[in-house]
Ligand binder design. Structure first.
Ligand code: DAT
Length: 179
């Protein structure tokens, strides 16, 4: 527990997490654009590299092979400068991240975003409940030092733009302090 010792990175690694539909991928792309950091979409990586143990029809989701995923990412994370985008956050080593962003959205904006994705009713309901119960935020607070976990509203474009701007400023300061 506490501060995990790690070699200081010149460029930070950032975790962008949150319930599906809260805006992780869109926000991560914009942060990458604004900072020059590299977006790592973990969901896509899991599918591309088959880092799963099959597909669970009932829940419309892949069963993650966590060991394979961590092995795959370990080297990637070493160099720093990565924006890791995933809906779960407790599986990663604490030492990987310098900042953990938890995106949040109100039910009334999250629901239509998921409908647009053609999620089945069960999956929509589960994700809405997950968001209301702040499951991902609690998981982040349990897994990382509290001072690096930041909860960010992601209800509209204004939220997104101010989130990206805030992270851009934070990255500038981090770089200045680690050069
Ligand atoms: P996630 O990666 O968390 O599943 P996403 O980035 O794919 O989410 O976004 C899902 C959809 O919702 C996509 O059409 C963009 C839209 N969206 C996300 N965050 C938003 C925001 N803050 N304002 C407006 N639209 C947003």
């Amino acid at each position: 527990e506490g501060q995990a010792p790690h070699v200081e990175r010149k460029i930070p690694n950032i975790l962008v997490t949150g319930t599906p539909g809260t805006g992780k991928t869109t926000t991560s792309e914009m942060i990458a654009e604004a900072t020059g950091l590299t977006h790592v979409n973990v969901g896509d990586l899991v599918k591309q590299k088959q880092l799963h143990e099959g597909y669970l029809e009932e829940f419309d989701t892949h069963i993650l092979d966590e060991d394979k995923l961590i092995d795959e990412l370990e080297e990637v994370m070493e160099g720093g400068g990565k924006i890791v985008d995933f809906h779960s956050c407790g599986i990663f080593p604490e030492r990987w991240f310098d900042l953990v962003l938890v995106l949040r959205a109100e039910t009334n904006v999250l629901y239509p975003r998921m409908e647009k994705r053609n999620y089945n009713q069960r999956k929509i309901t589960e994700n809405i409940e997950c968001e209301i119960m702040q499951v991902v935020l609690d998981e982040a607070r349990e897994s990382y030092a509290e001072e690096i976990v930041i909860e960010l509203p992601s209800n509209d474009i204004n939220d997104m733009e101010s989130n990206v701007d805030r992270v851009r400023q934070w990255v500038d300061i981090y770089k200045a302090n680690h050069s």
